[in-house]
Design a binder for this molecule. Structure first.
Ligand code: SAM
Length: 318
């Protein structure tokens, strides 16, 4: 399977001709600039893969959720660009020759790529997810099982949180296990798609608020909550959240920001309220527990694929 550092989706095309793929070897210093140049030259999509993939020299290149990969390409990369026609592929290579991005055509390959149902291919990667046998996350091109007790309808979009990532599933699992949430006010801090806030709403929370630093995430959360019939008390940029404490605060961010946010996040929880943190790698758990020790008695609630979810109760403060 090709592991892409960067993938820009193909635009829809109605002809049944094959696409033309150009493959150019590049070092990590050039791969990103080359990808950008190929997009400028009308490539339908560009992806980058490790030239050593499948060999002993293959390198892992991934970032934690919400963060970009530590580097944009591998030391020895292959840049693949897809064009509508062979003529467009030839023209792009010609335009690149002598620009410093491509000195000659040594190692450059061209192949035909058969027409596929790209929409179906993309959709097949997002299947319904079931949490604790009760809560289903279902993309719009699937139907929920007939007897599914709770359903969130959610399509992949600009914001993180389709329900497929372990860090999200860990939080959802906690929410379902501890439900119902009648009489409790919940805050989803770093809401992404709003998936946790929506789940809390469906699990009968008295009120649910959702905040993020990313305006796209705020917009996505508003739209997704509305589509699922969940009313959000607040859905806004973090800086706009009114002074208020919550019975439960969930934050699926990452270990580094969670450390910095410890005093502020803890202060958002009522005394003896619940704090749930996710986006933490197994090896980071102990440090996070210590950082939050002045405010809450966090413990590892659950683990999935090397990620942990910390949960605990905040201390009563004077
Ligand atoms: C891993 S996603 C989690 C999304 C969703 N809550 C879920 O569980 O799938 C992390 C989200 O936190 C947001 N974020 C990152 N740093 C933040 C910060 N300091 N304050 C608020 N939100 C932050 C990101 O923009 C992103 O939408």
């Amino acid at each position: 399977m090709r592991s892409s550092a960067q993938f820009q989706p193909a635009q829809p095309r109605h002809a049944t001709m094959p696409y033309r793929e150009v493959t150019i070897p590049a070092d990590d210093a050039r791969a990103e600039a080359l990808s950008d140049a190929l997009m400028e030259l009308d490539a339908l999509s560009v992806s980058v893969e490790d030239r050593e993939a499948g060999t002993e020299a293959e390198q892992a290149l991934f970032g934690e959720p919400g963060l970009p990969a530590p580097r944009s390409a591998w030391q020895h990369s292959l840049v693949h660009a897809l064009f509508s026609t062979e003529a467009q592929a030839d023209a792009a290579l010609l335009a690149l020759l002598g620009t410093g991005l491509l000195n000659d055509l040594a190692g450059v390959q061209q192949t035909d790529v058969p027409e596929q149902d790209w929409v179906r291919l993309t959709q097949s990667q997002f299947q319904p997810v079931c949490i604790e046998g009760r809560l289903w996350i279902v993309p719009s091109w699937h139907s929920a099982p007939e007897n599914a007790p709770l359903v969130i309808q959610l399509d992949p979009g600009l914001a993180f949180g389709t329900g497929t990532h372990p860090t999200t599933q860990l939080c959802l699992g906690w929410l379902v296990q501890q439900s119902p949430w009648n009489g409790r006010d919940l805050l989803d801090y770093g809401c992404g798609s709003g998936i946790l806030a929506i789940a809390a709403g469906l699990l009968k929370a008295r009120s649910v608020s959702a905040v993020d630093i990313d305006p796209d995430a705020v917009r996505a959360s508003q739209a997704n909550a509305q589509a699922n019939g969940v009313e959000l008390a607040h859905c806004c940029h973090v800086d706009m959240l009114p002074e208020q404490r919550f019975d439960v605060v969930l934050a699926n961010i990452l270990a580094a920001p969670l450390k910095l946010l410890a005093p502020m996040l803890s202060a958002r929880v009522k005394p003896a309220g619940r704090l749930v943190l996710s986006g933490i790698l197994d090896r980071q758990a102990e440090e996070l527990i210590q950082v939050y020790a002045p405010y809450a008695n966090l413990h590892v609630h659950a683990e999935q694929d090397g990620w942990v979810c910390l949960a605990g109760t905040t201390y009563a403060r004077p």
